[in-house]
Design a protein around this ligand. Structure first.
Ligand SMILES: Cc1cc2nc3c(=O)[nH]c(=O)nc-3n(C[C@H](O)[C@H](O)[C@H](O)COP(=O)(O)OP(=O)(O)OC[C@H]3O[C@@H](n4cnc5c(N)ncnc54)[C@H](O)[C@@H]3O)c2cc1C
Length: 470
């Protein structure tokens, strides 16, 4: 701990966003990144708590947070980078898009404001890139074993890199035209610019990792082929089946899944293809679902020039908590959150039930009613529809952002006859599926989650596969 009194003397300095008007005119990163002097000062706020809750409870990757906070305060950026990358293969991703559960469990969050851990993480890795420290790491020897990784999201990328470091030959099969998974085709550029992913992929290629893009495993190549040619197969195919809302009018033009909208936009923004663009320009847009995917739809619709954007959530409005300390420390607080996209213009409402879509071929209006939530004697919430609250809202575009059900079953999962859990995700024990030699990690096994968890599971799955191959 570099500065014992740092947390008493220095206030948390939040990162800032570019002005709304400026950022709405482009898709570039909304963040303004703090300079290194500020970051270094923020590092000194870390108390090096006896029990580092950030590391042990908050961070799914068990990042060695107090150690790199201290190095940053002492201007030892290389050491901070080395500590950071002991546990985190993609800090340039988590440093930008992680909700930072570590900050919720920072000991300072008990009654003060947490250390700006995510900002520090991002600064450490960016400094390492700028100093040329992030280099391909070649294995000391080749094992002669070949591994197939299906899917190039954060779970697949992390697993591939770790497996390669053990000396295995690794091929990533990806059905999209470019690697990155939801990082590339789900999350908009204003949260994560795609050159950040490209930079990492180039390093992985230099390490000898093969990328076979445009290959749908289970369709373009059979599972049997993969099992014959590779010593182990890791399925990191994500949680690709979106949750639908089965109500009248669902097939009208103008009613889309959020992912159709976001993928179409990401493809158009990158210049890859404008063929699947669902354009919100000049339209009244209703986003159904109050989560992060919905928030990304709001930001994208506003950038496309939507006339008006609504975002409705069926669950009740979370409580507001405008203090910097965490009311449920060290847990993640379920409080009202306002993203950069919300700040850019949206009418939000909660306890809203979507009843039916109406139009004459094309969507014209949506019928909603209000819900009332009551706790039953067992303590769980029951929803009741409030009579007489039906109302229409005129709309040209409705985006269903109601979450994801489970991983895609057709193809690989069904062909292999893999056991599934109750939710329909691939059932695993220590990352091994019910079929010998086939492993699963990331959202495909956990259900839709966070990038940081996918990185963790990718890392651990690689360790298990390595043990299996010995
Ligand atoms: C809109 C949106 C915004 C999000 N924002 C955030 C955020 O801000 N912060 C955060 O932490 N998390 C966020 N998430 C969640 C995060 O992106 C995911 O949890 C994470 O990407 C899961 O990683 P994964 O590697 O398991 O799967 P994915 O990223 O889904 O990657 C799976 C890959 O497998 C490929 N694939 C599937 N089947 C096959 C096949 N048969 N053959 C070949 N390839 C196949 C897919 O094309 C895909 O590229 C967001 C998710 C969405 C949808």
């Amino acid at each position: 701990m570099g500065k014992e009194t740092g947390f008493l003397e220095i206030q948390r300095e939040e990162s800032h966003y570019r002005p709304v008007k400026e950022r709405l005119a482009d898709y570039r990163d909304v963040n303004l990144y703090a300079d290194e002097k500020t970051i270094s000062r923020q590092g000194s706020r870390c108390m090096d708590a006896g029990i580092p809750f950030c590391h042990a409870i908050g961070c799914p990757l068990f990042n060695l947070i107090p150690e790199w906070n201290d190095y940053v305060y002492k201007n030892k950026w290389k050491e901070a980078y080395e500590r950071l990358t002991l546990t985190n293969f993609l800090p340039e991703i988590t440093g930008r898009i992680c909700p930072a559960p570590c900050e919720a469990s920072c000991t300072l969050s008990i009654n003060d404001s947490p250390v700006t851990i995510r900002q520090i993480e991002c600064a450490v890795i960016e400094r390492a890139f700028s100093e040329g420290l992030v280099k391909p790491r070649l294995p000391r020897r080749e094992s002669g074993k070949k591994i197939a990784v299906i899917g190039s999201g954060p779970a697949g990328l992390t697993a591939a890199d770790r497996l390669r470091s053990f000396g295995h030959s690794v091929t990533i099969f990806e059905k999209s035209s470019k690697p990155g998974g939801l990082l590339r085709y789900g999350i908009p550029d204003f949260k994560l610019e795609k050159h950040i992913i490209d930079r990492r992929i180039e390093i992985m290629k230099s390490e000898g990792i093969n990328f076979e893009t445009g290959i749908n495993a289970g369709k373009d190549i059979s599972l049997r082929y993969l099992q014959e040619k590779f010593s182990a197969v890791l399925i990191a195919a994500g949680s690709g089946v979106p949750r639908d809302i089965d109500i009248p009018g669902r097939t009208l033009n103008g009613v889309h899944f959020a992912m159709e909208f976001l993928t179409g936009s990401n493809l158009a923004v990158s210049g890859e293809s404008a063929a699947n663009l669902v354009n919100a320009a000049g339209k009244t847009v209703i986003v159904i679902g109050g989560g992060d995917t919905g928030s990304d739809c709001v930001g994208t619709a506003n950038r496309q020039g939507a006339k008006k954007v609504y975002q409705f959530e069926i669950l009740p409005r979370p409580p507001e908590h405008n203090e910097t300390w965490n009311p449920v420390w060290p847990e993640w607080p379920k409080i009202l959150r306002t993203s950069s996209s919300h700040e850019e213009g949206v009418q939000r409402d909660w306890s809203i039930i979507t009843r039916s879509f109406h139009g004459n071929g094309d969507l014209q209006k949506v019928l909603f009613s209000r819900a009332e939530w009551e706790k039953n004697e067992k303590g769980s919430w029951n929803m009741k529809e409030l009579k007489g609250t039906e109302h229409y809202i005129q709309a040209d575009l409705a985006l269903i952002a109601a979450g994801f059900v489970h991983t895609e079953h057709s193809g690989l999962v069904n062909d292999a006859g893999l056991d599934l859990d109750k939710q329909g995700n691939i059932l695993v024990k220590n990352y091994a599926s019910s079929v010998r030699g086939i492993f699963a990690a990331g959202d495909a096994a956990t259900g839709a989650s966070l990038a940081v968890r996918a990185v963790y599971h990718g890392r651990e799955a690689a360790e298990e596969i390595n043990r299996y191959l010995k």
